[in-house]
Write a protein that binds this ligand. Structure first.
Ligand code: HEM
Length: 204
């Protein structure tokens, strides 16, 4: 048996599937969302048309609503899996602010300890915030999609206009997370390989 076949699984198959479906759904939601935003900008700028998805408003809406189901169902599967198997408790807890700050400093100076599937406190906080941002994006999206049928939710979000801003900032938080997350994943090839194959590369 080869070394890599013997290596323990650090990223379970189910987790890898939901992670990559989530990545595709979030990217499709973001790029189509930028096209929808451009049709009625909330702030004094537009996203470059070449970076958007859908071609025109109706096309972007079709992408957005298709990816929305993928994102919501996939997130539900991830949450159920994480809670039922103890994955969240094992991977994300404990989480102490002082530890997060210390590990964040280590990430900035390039000295963070990084083992595939074993997250430092800064990673644990970032992943939990990313999940929270997806939940905020889904809830605020529902509030602006169906403000009459879901008026209680829209009211809870502070009304239609505030819900639009919550939706925008949830997207912005996810986008910033994605930039940092992809940069760190590329800098730690071993964890990227593990998120694809499930196995950590054998260390020489
Ligand atoms: C917005 C889209 C994405 C979100 C919300 C996201 C979120 C997450 C979360 C929550 C985890 C922890 C999973 C767990 O153990 O439960 C994770 C791990 C990981 N993600 Fe992503 N991800 C996204 C996109 C990507 C992309 C595009 C890449 C690759 C370039 C990537 C590479 C990885 C890797 C390598 C790990 C494992 C890290 C490690 O073992 O240290 N992710 N991601």
């Amino acid at each position: 048996m080869s070394d890599s076949a013997r290596a323990p699984t650090v990223q379970p198959l189910f987790l890898r599937i939901v992670h990559w479906i989530n990545a595709v759904a979030v990217i499709a939601m973001t790029l189509s969302g930028w096209r929808i935003y451009n049709a009625s900008p909330l702030y004094g700028f537009e996203f470059p048309a070449g970076l958007t998805l859908g071609g025109w408003l109706a096309g972007a809406l079709a992408w957005h609503f298709t990816a929305m189901w993928l994102l919501a169902i996939n997130l539900l599967a991830y949450l159920l899996y994480g809670l039922a198997t103890g994955h969240f408790r094992r991977r994300f807890l404990p989480l102490w602010p002082r530890e997060v700050l210390a590990d964040l400093c280590d990430v900035v100076i390039g000295r963070a300890i990084h083992a595939p599937g074993r997250y430092n406190a800064a990673q644990r906080a970032a992943y939990l915030l990313a999940v929270a941002a997806i939940i905020a994006a889904i809830l605020s999206g529902l509030a602006i999609w169906k403000p009459v049928q879901l008026q209680e939710l829209t009211a809870l979000m502070g009304g239609f206009e505030t819900a639009r801003r919550v939706h925008f900032f949830a997207m912005a938080a996810l986008f910033l997370f994605l930039l940092a997350h992809v940069a760190l994943a590329l800098a730690n090839k071993n964890s990227l390989v593990a998120m694809v194959t499930g196995k950590s590369e054998p260390t020489p």
